[in-house]
Design a protein around this ligand. Structure first.
Ligand code: TYM
Length: 333
């Protein structure tokens, strides 16, 4: 890690198929910010098991996510790229932080409430404790910044609260991190229900564009995207959520601003607009998919990335944990 650079931390769960929401809200930022910061990016498989996973699938998705990170442009030479379960300090610090977190705080978390409703037969302790593990992830690396989508804002706030509480109880130990949210695309919405977040686990598969979708599927889903009846292409998320969501997607994938995009489609019909969005997204995703497949065929290389990532991550994490153990009075030899 370079001394003069600030540290950036983020993670993605290897659950279901990733959507363009994950890509826009998180991964594009990971790539953009890797030059400027010391970056640490994890595959959050410990978070993933808070919802029941098929073991073989989880293993396969872990490598697929690693390959995807790299295919999208995350450079394992520049960043620390690792698997969360390869660094035992995460579970260890989470345990300590549990004693600095109140049950009431966790019960109020929006995502906990949502997931409890969706998985009513499995409201396990891990699901409730999820934000504390996330706090441990971030605080172990003394991250200054955390690039995430809008849906993680509350988890980041609780991380800041826990860090401040610990620092105040002892002495400054953790860097209190700040979130980095995209101006455009921090919350990409479902194509069928454009006031709801596009999610990996949404009920309607036509509502989400998965990063693994082929071109025909992408085009079909965009063609069917819900818009409105006034026929005008302008950015107004409140009264025109569908069109505005498509404009956000187009803006990020084309590299144009929202204003430029609006100008480009002035006077054009929704049909033409949706086709252009689909084409733009597909032309970006196709090469990423090809690169991901190539990487997945080279398991030795991927394993090597994980081994090197775990070594580097462990060294940093262990240092922070040792500091924490000292402060709280754990006898160390
Ligand atoms: P996860 O795996 O659900 O999502 C990964 C990232 O994608 C963002 N995201 C979106 N952004 C814009 N629009 C959307 N529709 C959309 N859907 C998802 C998420 O905000 C996230 O940034 N708890 C995290 C993983 C995690 C983590 C961490 C993140 C574990 N430890 C430490 C940061 C720091 C999660 O479930 O992300």
């Amino acid at each position: 890690m370079e001394e003069n650079k600030k540290t950036l931390y983020s993670a993605v769960q290897p659950t279901n198929n990733l959507t363009i929401g994950n890509y826009i809200g998180a991964i594009t930022n990971f790539v953009q910010l890797q030059e400027e910061y010391n970056c640490v990016y994890a595959i959050a498989n410990m978070h993933a098991i808070t919802v029941r996973q098929n073991p073989a699938e989880l293993r396969q998705r872990t490598l697929a996510l690693l390959a995807l990170y790299i295919a999208c442009g995350v450079d394992p030479e520049k960043c620390i790229l690792y698997l969360q379960s390869h660094v035992p300090c995460h579970a260890e610090l989470a345990w300590v932080l549990n004693t600095f977190t109140y049950v009431g705080e966790m019960e109020r978390m929006t995502q906990f409430k949502d997931k409890s409703a969706r998985h009513a037969d499995n409201i396990n302790m891990g699901l409730m404790d999820y934000p504390v593990l996330m706090a441990a992830d971030i605080l172990l690396y003394q991250a200054d910044y955390v690039p995430v989508g809008e849906d993680q804002r509350q988890h980041l706030e609780i991380t800041r609260d826990i860090a401040t509480r610990f620092n105040n109880a002892y002495s400054p130990t953790f860097t209190v991190p700040q979130g980095i949210f995209r101006k455009v695309g921090a919350k990409i919405n479902d194509l069928q229900e454009p006031t709801k977040k596009m999610s990996k686990s949404g009920e309607n598969p036509n509502g989400a564009i998965f990063l693994s979708d082929d071109k025909d599927t992408i085009m079909r889903k965009f063609k069917r995207a819900i818009t409105d009846s006034d026929g005008e292409i302008r950015y107004d998320p409140v009264s025109k959520p569908g069109v505005s969501n498509l404009l956000s997607i187009y803006s990020v994938f084309s590299g144009k601003s929202i204003d430029e995009a609006v100008l480009e489609f002035q006077g054009k019909g929704y049909g033409e607009f949706k086709l252009a969005v689909g084409e733009t997204v597909a032309s970006k995703l196709m090469p990423i998919q090809a690169e991901q497949a190539k990487l997945l065929a080279n398991k030795d290389y991927l394993n090597q990335v994980l081994i090197s990532g775990a070594q580097r991550a462990n060294a940093i994490a262990r240092k922070t944990l040792s500091k924490v153990y000292k402060k709280i009075g754990f006898y160390q030899v």
